[in-house]
Ligand binder design. Structure first.
Ligand SMILES: Cc1cc2nc3c(=O)[nH]c(=O)nc-3n(C[C@H](O)[C@H](O)[C@H](O)COP(=O)(O)OP(=O)(O)OC[C@H]3O[C@@H](n4cnc5c(N)ncnc54)[C@H](O)[C@@H]3O)c2cc1C
Length: 399
């Protein structure tokens, strides 16, 4: 057993941190409250090779391991604790990886180099108004017609709709191809979003991470080219689950990055802030909270990097079963957002009235990590169902 990162991973972390602190951190508040992610930041992150980081170098990526991808997610979220840039990054990292696994060569050559260069956005469009947790109930349809894939339906609460419509790009999209077959009647296709006939997007204001848009996609008779089908017809449920397994450890890594940065600020504060003539860090009521929060952070980190480590071995050495991966990934996604929320909330309170100001920025981080408590990339209850199923057996699954 080895709990250390390799020298290469440490150097990678250092270089990502340096750039993120310089280029992203100064824009945190403005991105969240006013302007969205500035295009220069996307360019800088792209130049670092972080966009579509797990895509092969053939298409401009780094073919990075999940461990490296998690390190970058952590570091980006440290610099932008609102999580906007981290979300932009991690959605492309995970779904870019999935895209490369299942797209045909022509589609990969067409789509991926623009994503890795930061010219276009690649996201995931699975959720519908009928409920994001129940993917089998997808009602957006896709049929073969006149040499095209005809898509009709609507997607809700999709991250990056404005970016994809503006810069170009599109979404790995879950569609129903055999309405009679439940989850076995789903497929995946790539749906372009910029000026694509039949596709319109609209945005919805979110509680947090406002630097990246979120909203709706309306799809009316959109004729998608045949080569945008991902993988096999009616196998889309399994690919989507695989994609979520790739995204969730990165989500969890981003949560611990934001929480770690905030906790560091908290430690500095409780050593300096004197009340009743004593640094508040000397009071047991505060120090015990610090210890508890540190334990939460370290525990979440273990889950994140264990899941990433397992995924690296799963894909490279065919180690671990899908069930083992599902459980490890769900544990990371269950533990990290909760830990991050608790840590940020306590640090905010340690700062007294100042902690409640916009200037302090804790509210921004709190709003950002809450997105992952609510359900982006899978809700907490769904993570518990996945873990329960692995512990008790399939026959105990409520869904
Ligand atoms: C900020 C943000 C960004 C998002 N970005 C994207 C995106 O880019 N692409 C995309 O496709 N989706 C996106 N989503 C949607 C997200 O995937 C869904 O919110 C999530 O899957 C849950 O779906 P839902 O919101 O419809 O809630 P529902 O599925 O309706 O669930 C409602 C509540 O019921 C609970 N619940 C459901 N089933 C069970 C059960 N069997 N047992 C116990 N409790 C249950 C859930 O845990 C949840 O608390 C985003 C969401 C947010 C908040």
């Amino acid at each position: 057993m080895d709990f250390s990162f390799s020298e290469e991973e440490e150097l990678f972390r250092k270089s990502v941190r340096e750039v993120c602190e310089k280029k992203i951190a100064p824009h945190g508040r403005e991105m969240d409250e006013e302007a969205g992610i500035p295009s220069e930041i996307i360019k800088d992150v792209g130049e670092l090779g972080l966009l579509g980081i797990m895509v092969s170098d053939k298409y401009g990526g780094q073919a990075a391991t999940f461990t490296k991808a998690a390190i970058a997610a952590e570091e980006i979220a440290r610099a932008d604790t609102s999580m906007s840039v981290a979300v932009y990054y991690l959605v492309e990292a995970a779904w870019g990886f999935l895209f490369e696994r299942y797209a045909v060569e022509k589609a990969k050559e067409e789509i991926l180099p623009d994503v890795t260069k930061g010219r276009t956005f690649l996201g995931i469009a699975s959720t519908e108004a009928s409920g994001g947790s129940d993917i089998a109930s997808t009602s957006t349809t896709m049929v073969r017609k006149g040499g095209r894939l005809l898509v009709n339906g609507a997607k809700t609460y999709i991250s990056g709709v404005r970016e994809a419509a503006q810069y170009g790009g599109g979404f790995v999209t879950v569609v129903k191809t055999d309405p009679a077959s439940g989850h076995k009647g789903l497929s995946l296709c790539y749906l372009p979003a910029k000026e694509f006939p039949g596709v319109t997007v609209s945005t919805s204001r979110q509680m947090g991470r406002e630097g990246i848009s979120n909203g709706f996609i309306k799809i009316t008779d959109a004729g998608v080219p045949e080569h945008y089908l991902l993988g096999e017809w009616n196998e889309g449920f399994y690919y989507a689950m695989e994609g979520f397994n790739c995204a969730r450890p990165l989500v969890a890594a981003a949560c611990i990055g934001a929480a770690e940065k905030v906790l560091e600020t908290g430690i500095t504060h409780i050593k300096q802030r004197k009340v009743f003539g004593t640094p508040i860090g000397k009071f047991e009521g505060i120090q015990f909270q610090l210890a508890e929060n540190y334990a939460r952070l370290e525990s979440a980190k273990m889950h994140v990097y264990k899941a990433a480590w397992m995924l690296d071995r799963f894909y490279k050495e065919e180690k671990f079963s899908r069930g083992e991966i599902n459980k490890a990934v769900a544990l990371a996604k269950l533990v990290a957002p909760t830990a991050a929320f608790d840590i940020i909330k306590d640090v905010m309170v340690w700062h007294g009235a100042y902690g409640y100001t916009k200037e302090a920025g804790f509210e921004r981080a709190l709003r950002g990590v809450t997105s992952y408590l609510v359900g982006a990339e899978g809700t907490m209850n769904i993570m518990k169902i996945i873990i329960g199923k692995e512990l008790l057996g399939k026959e105990f699954s409520p869904i």
